[in-house]
Design a protein. Sequence first.
Length: 133
Amino acid sequence: YDIGGASGAQTIYVLNNTLYAGGSPAGFGSQGVPGQFFILDITTPSAPAVLGTKTIGGTPYGLLSNGVLGITGSNKSPLGKEFQIWDVSTPSNIQLCSSTDFNTPVTSMVSQNGYYYATLKSNTDPLRIVKLY
């Protein structure tokens, strides 16, 4: 399924009948190309419908959502916001709520019990644990 140009989708997350995807329109590992965040309705898996898209500053390499907030981890450390929190409550109008500078690219993310665990592209500082309040 073509979700609108993200030929290099790097991450997906599914919550009920909603799929959250992140990638780069120029493909895997693209440098200098803004990443994209997609939200799709997958109620009918054979005919997914795009609910919203957002160009973000860096390819998402980790993506989580609770249906109201979307959390992305970016591969662009010069961006100064490798950990991003998005308001996804209205998928057609995805808005950045907050971001944090990890000073190194995020390579993946998982969550459990309100904590977000991000692995980083670093030999000296490979893990960040974030608690959202």
